[in-house]
Design a binder for this molecule. Structure first.
Ligand SMILES: Nc1nc2c(ncn2[C@@H]2O[C@H](COP(=O)(O)OP(=O)(O)OP(=O)(O)O)[C@@H](O)[C@H]2O)c(=O)[nH]1
Ligand SMILES: [Mg+2]
Length: 332
């Protein structure tokens, strides 16, 4: 995922819809914070656990349960409980301590997966991004948001309606394409998605576009069909350019919580996933799932979605995320 060639400067630093200005950034953070406030409020209620000066095992167990309930995973829960157990003689434990211990425990894991999606400025042929993930996670919406973002950066973009299973999916991508003013390659509903990918790859090369984003179906008749279709699409794409797709982004819906772990397990090898996008963080108590995902798969996380409009996609930043999730103050 990273750009191996330093000569090829990337726009990674500037990359990230709506993160350029301080005001926007603040607005984004409060949105993320508000969205995830149910998680951090839950964690805030940990304060109630610490009315006793002495931190007994029962209280620590309740804390562990609470953290596991917030989808943070058993490893993190145990780590935090251990830290607090070690600290108990030194300090009078408060909710603030808990938030800080938690933030400290999760931050390194989140930082390890914070990775901008590097798109080299000069690239030999179109930079191809394939979007995968189960239905309803936000693939098509994320493509639409990114199309506008790249368009604003004066990159030429093409979209491919690779979800040929549903007519509405083709229509939805076409609308996003029109909104962004970028061409959409589409075939009729029910046609072969691999042949669509073939045509889109060919056209993107002919027109020498900078970025080709290919949508895929989230649901077919069954999971086996879906995986077979993805494999076939990949084969066809690679026939045209063995280096493509240059990125395969799996989109995850934060509100599904623990199930996100199974989804990554199911897709990562079949589709050669290179990075993750997590959507719907604007209305969920489930954002904690990012932590076990980071710990288990160590896969780069590029973007997070905090709403349905084009500006609601942001680069994943570990510190902001940890602060929003735990309600901790500024992190150093
Ligand atoms: N609140 C919120 N809604 C989102 C976000 N991202 C996507 N959505 C909504 O989630 C729903 C599903 O999004 P899609 O982009 O159609 O999902 P998909 O993965 O393409 O789904 P399939 O085509 O069925 O596989 C839509 O109503 C989107 O508007 C987000 O970050 N926040
Ligand atoms: Mg879709």
């Amino acid at each position: 995922m990273t750009d191996q060639n330093d000569q090829q400067s990337t726009d990674a630093a500037a990359d990230g819809p709506a993160d350029s200005q301080a005001g926007e950034k603040k607005g984004f953070f409060s949105r993320l914070r508000k969205g995830m406030s149910r998680s951090s409020d839950n964690l805030g209620s940990t304060g109630g656990l610490f009315t006793k000066r002495v931190l007994d095992d029962e209280t620590l167990e309740r804390l562990e349960d609470l953290l596991i309930g917030a989808d943070l995973g058993a490893d993190t829960a145990m780590e935090v409980a251990d830290t607090l157990r070690d600290e108990q003689f030194a300090k009078n434990i408060t909710a603030k301590h808990v938030r800080e211990a938690l933030a400290k425990s999760i931050l390194p894991h989140l930082q390890a997966v914070e990775a901008p999606l590097d798109i080299p400025k000069k690239h030999d042929g179109p930079f191809v991004i394939l979007f995968v993930g189960v239905n309803g996670t936000g693939k098509t919406t994320t493509i639409g948001k990114l199309a506008q973002h790249y368009q604003k950066q004066k990159k030429s973009v093409m979209l491919a309606a690779g979800d040929t299973f549903r007519a509405a999916a083709i229509e939805q991508l076409t609308v996003w394409g029109q909104r962004a003013g970028v061409p959409v390659v589409a075939h009729e509903q029910g046609s072969d998605s691999a042949s669509l990918a073939f045509d889109a790859m060919t056209e993107a090369q002919e027109k020498d576009v900078d970025i080709l984003m290919i949508d895929t179906a989230g649901r077919l008749q069954n999971k086996t069909d879906l995986m077979a279709e993805l494999e076939k699409m990949l084969r066809v794409i690679r026939k045209i350019n063995p280096d493509a797709p240059h990125a395969v982004l799996q989109v995850l819906d934060a509100t599904t919580g623990q199930n996100a772990l199974n989804q990554v397990e199911a897709f990562r090898d079949v589709a050669d996933v290179t990075g993750l996008v997590m959507t719907k963080l604007d209305g969920t108590a489930k954002g904690g799932i990012m932590v076990p995902l980071a710990r288990k798969f160590k896969m780069p996380v590029h973007y997070i979605g905090v709403g349905e409009s084009p500006d609601d996609l942001h680069r994943f930043e570990a510190k902001d995320f940890a602060r929003a999730l735990t309600g901790a103050g500024s992190l150093t």
